[in-house]
Ligand binder design. Structure first.
Ligand code: BES
Ligand code: MN
Ligand code: ZN
Length: 518
């Protein structure tokens, strides 16, 4: 079930010539109360509206959306005021603020068909940010609601689907003569949003329906029509080739693991990047069973794999000149008579052994195989992304992801995240954590120092990154445990549940690497 994405169009016409269901205008939170932001409204109307904000009780706080009667001389059925949060007079509204405001408005206007966003977006970059936020806000997960009422008969459906047609009002669109940069920016925004939204939907799939085999099939389905090659390795192939990490984690489940390789290799590629994603379709903890409350939301544990899949698909659809290979490490972590035990030793891909002291530290085991396999192709850099540790949430909270690794890649990821509008923060890889992972019986143990557990996990992963001509392949690890899934209320363009975090950063990273290579 693939929901269709909204269309994004830039317009510069007079408002009265643009028919729509809603016209969205921004309100900022100024020093002395709410301020109406720049808009194409006729000056008189804008002044009257600005003067009445206070009486209307509009504050300009982010996510505050008010729907009012239409203003005369606009082609819209209604007027919508969206708060953008604090603004500094005389300075441009930052891109991420525009994204969030557009997202908040579109998200809260579900059920409408056509929405005009008249936020202060004079330039191409601003207009593109508005388009991105709007398309990200136009998301809905339908799930598996039957549509049947309590009486077992079809219940009348309320029409609250996402906005279908998004018109971005911007001076950058000179009526018809849109410049190439704007057209390209909108096209990129559409591809980006489609792939972020597809990531969200995969994360939101219940584990009854999404398991390694069905995830692999979803990868094939999503890749249809794109110039990418999808290779699915089943449990027999994994056994033959020695993928002991993925197999060990998958052993307890009746639904066998998979390793999926998704390659985009354009003829003119200048760089090769490998992306490795943790794809635990459900993390019960295994025999080191999680308490019931911690198990809830553990369908999210495949978010990293969904991110790397959709990043390659976005790169392919945009036709970027980078070779990108994604490795989806898919397994279901379950307790059973066939499950791996604490104290088991497994042999990861390439031959290194791991003592499994806690079966709930399973992400690093599947990633060990993925990192080793990715290394064999000697890419220019490897980035892995995973909902790896609860410690990430302790350290950085629910909205900021951690990035660790070699200085160069780590800093490049941080810079890409800033440009993309995602919150990542660099964390160190303290050397003193390594001895805590020493094992009496194997090369390394899968758990170590608990304090700074996000970094301990990263220090473990580092061991499985290979070399090219004696030099370690540049690598970074992204821990998105908290940010991958929004357990709270929606905000900005971020819905409840799966957020799709990581796709925008990784796409921006690929673009940045290409920019530096040319
Ligand atoms: N999937 C979890 C991490 C997680 C926790 C993600 C909460 C999102 C929200 C991971 O597999 C896990 O269980 N990690 C353990 C590691 C520990 C046993 C060293 C953890 O963080 O408790
Ligand atoms: Mn776990
Ligand atoms: Zn996990």
């Amino acid at each position: 079930m693939k929901p269709s994405e909204p269309t994004l169009t830039a317009v510069a016409k007079e408002l009265k010539k643009i028919p729509s269901d809603a016209l969205v205008i921004g309100v900022g939170k100024g020093q002395d109360g709410p301020v109406l932001l720049d808009s194409p409204l006729p000056a008189k109307a804008a002044r009257a509206l600005g003067d009445s904000l206070q009486v209307l009780g509009v504050t300009g706080a982010a996510d505050d959306v008010r729907r009012l009667a239409a203003l005369p001389d606009t082609g819209s059925e209604s007027l919508v005021l969206v708060g953008v949060g604090p603004v500094t007079p005389g300075t441009a509204v930052p891109a991420e603020t525009l994204r969030r405001a557009a997202g908040a408005a579109v998200r809260q206007l579900k059920g409408l068909e056509t929405v005009v966003l008249a936020l202060p977006a004079p330039g191409v970059a601003d207009a593109t940010a508005v388009a991105e936020g709007a398309a990200l806000g136009a998301y809905a997960y339908d799930g598996y609601r039957s549509g049947l009422g309590a009486d077992g008969r079809p219940a009348p459906r309320k029409d609250d689907g996402p906005v279908r047609t998004i018109l971005v009002h911007t001076a950058a669109a000179q009526d018809g003569a849109q410049d190439a940069a704007l057209t390209a920016g909108l096209a990129r925004a559409a591809v980006l949003a489609k792939n972020v939204n597809a990531t969200r939907t995969l994360v939101n799939q219940p584990p009854s329906h999404l398991y390694p085999e069905s995830f692999a099939q979803a990868a094939r389905d999503l890749a249809k029509g794109l110039p990418v090659k999808v290779t699915v390795m089943d449990e027999k192939k994994l056994e033959r080739d020695g993928y002991g990490g993925i197999l060990g984690v998958g052993k307890g489940s009746s639904r066998p693991p998979r390793l999926v390789k998704v390659e985009y290799a354009p003829a003119k590629s200048k760089v090769h990047l490998a992306l490795v994603g943790k794809g635990i379709t459900f993390d019960s903890g295994g025999l080191s069973l999680k308490p019931a409350a911690s198990m809830q939301t553990m369908k999210l544990d495949m978010a990293g794999a969904a991110v790397v899949l959709n990043t390659v698909l976005a790169v392919a659809e945009l036709g970027l000149a980078a070779k990108v290979t994604a490795w989806l490490c898919l397994a279901e972590n379950m307790p059973s008579g066939t499950a791996q035990r604490p104290e088991d030793v497994l042999t990861t891909y390439g031959g290194r052994t791991v003592e499994v002291l806690n079966t709930d530290a399973e992400g690093r085991l599947v990633l060990a195989d993925g990192l080793a396999a990715a290394s064999e192709e000697h890419p220019d850099a490897i980035i892995d992304i995973a909902t790896l540790t609860g410690a990430q949430m302790i350290a950085l909270g629910n909205r900021t992801s951690g990035v660790m690794g070699d200085d160069g890649v780590r800093d490049a990821v941080k810079a890409a995240a800033d440009r993309a509008g995602e919150s990542f923060w660099p964390m160190p890889l303290p050397e003193e954590l390594r001895p805590s992972l020493d094992s009496q019986v194997a090369d390394i143990a899968n758990i170590g120092e608990r304090f700074g557990g996000m970094m301990t996990a990263a220090v473990f992963l580092r061991e499985f990154v290979g070399s090219t001509d004696g030099e370690k392949i540049p690598w970074a690890h992204l821990d998105i445990a908290g940010p991958a899934f929004n357990e709270g209320s929606p905000y900005g363009y971020t819905p409840k549940a799966g957020t799709g975090v990581g796709v925008r950063t990784l796409l921006a990273y690929v673009e940045d690497v290409l920019g530096r290579a040319s």
